[in-house]
Design a protein around this ligand. Sequence first.
Ligand code: PLP
Length: 403
Amino acid sequence: MSFDTLFQAQLDQLKDEGNYRIFAELQRKCGDFPRVQNHGHGQDEVTVWCSNDYLGMGQHPKVVQAMIDTVRTCGTGAGGTRNISGNAYHHKRLEEELADLHGKEAALLFTSGYVSNWAALSTLGSRLPNAVILSDALNHASMIEGIRHARCEKRIWKHNDVEDLDRQLRTLPANATKIVAFESVYSMDGDIAPIREIVEVAEKHGAMTYIDEVHAVGMYGPRGGGVAEREGLMDRITLIEGTLGKAYGVVGGYITGSHALVDFIRSFASGFIFTTALPPAVAAAARVSIKHLKESELERALQRRQVKRLRARLNAEGIPHVDNPSHIIPVMVKDPVKCRMLSDILMDQFGIYVQPINYPTVPKGTERLRFTPGPLHSDDDIEYLVEALKTLWKQCAIAHAVA
Ligand code: PLP
């Protein structure tokens, strides 16, 4: 028997449901963001509207130069795990930069944000005595995998519902080590957690707090420290996790916290210990990006302007989108097949790239297009996008009711 029939059966099911993922073939062009070369179907050059390189820092001249210079001095790879190859100068400087960003004693780098969540949560949950992880219902897959791997007791609290969290914490025994895990900006709906209330409830019950600021670092707070920085709460959160791959435009993940916490994860997390460290050039580029966004408000200000502008134009044209306080604009389609079709037409006929967001990334029936306007989208880009959506909305007869 061919094993391929087993694989194919499940792939066919995905296709039948309209949830089979097809990736675009796109090549970023340094210095031309948000324009990219399209090697797939559709026009040769397209405008990207769904990048997580939220501020275009992946092509910032200083960041690019730092990576080139460091490749020239250090070569490409790190040469092994930190255990084998040691702490490169660039890893250490970046960790200092990150600890400073979040006002913490220490930081630890990982190869991605996914790995940092997975490694940190699984280590905390499996190693701490009588650990119970209380996880927001909409936490990211990387947090869910980390919690699953911890094999400790877990409780899911209703999304952003502080009363439910309080209720659940109350039922736990006094000897439990309670870990409240949540995100600041939820990337699919673009809503923001009530961080202060969560921290207060956690403190009341003696629970530690674990926040994922992946979609907020670089973007919020006077130095880009995230929503917790903006709200003056960083010192009340036990562990702040983030990525170098979104607003900072590079790749990698990290955690920050006390010396003891970071040393604990460094010493026990298999996802840190047994994998090759980030290339020094990546660390150097990320550090330059972080330093830049600590001092420059320009990118954030321009980005907020374009987010506001796109929202206003969508409202004016009656295109249904989720109203939220963040930089993420989900336009609801609520059907996987239509969602893919709209994405394809935008690409083929209008040179606009926005990928369809379908199950399992979002629940069935809430399929959407997710727009992330940035400082490098012009007013004309916005106008062109809105005109294209208007045309399609008419053609597809999708309800104009606000989602
Ligand atoms: N946490 C959240 C909330 C995310 O949305 C993502 C990725 O999109 C990650 C973690 C993983 O980060 P990275 O892309 O750096 O692996």
